[in-house]
Write a protein that binds this ligand. Structure first.
Ligand SMILES: Nc1ncnc2c1ncn2[C@@H]1O[C@H](COP(=O)(O)OP(=O)(O)O)[C@@H](O)[C@H]1O
Ligand SMILES: [Mg+2]
Length: 278
């Protein structure tokens, strides 16, 4: 169980920019949660504050009863080992092999370049190979990372996060730079791994259609606050308008291009989206 309690992040002089206004969330092991929200809602800040790539202004993260509120160095290591990050641009070391990139996941908290020089224990190699099998890329283990397609590289990013054997995976717009078919493949692997390995996943997306298709729970973030937390079936037009304020503002969307017009309530009460939202 992962608990986020009272997470606050303010930026700028006088802490005037309130990026997160007090986030409370409980996520169970094996739960696939999609965070949906417009650009600037605070999605990245929330994930970065959870594993402290960004130092929160206030709040704590509790993982299986262990609180990470203080910012001691050892604390930070343990936190980052338990909370693996998956980035939009996967952040692989291009010139290294796929296997070595995944082995980096076994050395959380150390410099990828330094760890790449190490001889890894056989047990770590076995774990890394197993993680590559889970994203169906074991046959590419020896290939250079930059010889893979974008979708394959993101699957390596998932394998690297998995190799950490974390309690939670934090994925920040993992498919934002991929085409629709590849995006669905990557999200399918991510969700399958969440279930098979009982790892909680918090996945930021800005595409409503993917969120509704893959999320088993949707957290709607707007203006640094949670405005919706529930099943995808509960994401009605009214909820979408709350998550995306100004949806019908012609100054934002251009006259005659009302985004809300593209949103339909489907048979099950959930929204269907024509063309997605980006
Ligand atoms: N390093 C920073 N310095 C100042 N403001 C920031 C910084 N990072 C993010 N912000 C602000 O915090 C808010 C949330 O940003 P972000 O978390 O990136 O949103 P999202 O990922 O949902 O697009 C925005 O208003 C953004 O401008
Ligand atoms: Mg972001």
């Amino acid at each position: 169980m992962i608990e986020i309690r009272g997470l606050v992040k303010s930026y700028g002089p006088g802490q005037a920019i309130k990026a997160l206004k007090g986030i409370d969330l409980k996520i169970a092991a094996g739960e696939f949660v999609v965070v949906l929200g417009p650009s600037g809602a605070g999605k990245s800040t929330m994930l970065r504050c959870i594993n402290r790539l960004t130092e929160p202004t206030a709040g704590e993260v509790v993982i299986d009863g262990v609180s990470f509120a203080a910012s001691g160095r050892r604390d930070l290591r343990a936190l980052r080992r338990n909370a693996a990050m998956i980035f939009q641009h996967h952040n692989l070391v291009k010139r290294l092999s796929v296997l070595k990139n995944v082995l980096v996941g076994r050395m959380a908290g150390l410099s990828p370049l330094l760890t790449a020089m190490h001889v890894f224990p056989e047990s770590d190699v076995q774990i890394a190979m197993h993680c590559l099998e889970q994203v169906n890329l074991a046959h590419k283990a020896a290939a250079r990372a930059d010889a893979l397609s974008g979708g394959e590289q993101q699957r390596v990013g998932i394998a690297r996060a998995l190799a950490q054997q974390p309690k939670i995976m934090l994925a920040d717009e993992p498919v934002a730079s991929l085409d629709p078919k590849t995006s669905r493949v990557v999200l399918t692997y991510l969700k399958r791994i969440c279930k098979e390995s009982s790892i909680a996943v918090l996945c930021n997306l800005h595409q409503i259609d993917y969120a509704l298709e893959f999320g088993e729970r949707i957290v709607g973030l707007s203006g640094g606050e949670i405005v919706y937390d529930g099943p995808p079936q509960g994401v009605t037009q009214a909820v979408i308008r709350q998550i995306y304020p100004g949806l019908d503002d012609p100054n934002i969307l251009g006259a005659g291009q009302r985004l809300a017009d593209r949103l339909d309530i489907g048979a099950g009460g959930a929204l269907a989206v024509a063309g997605g939202v980006s």
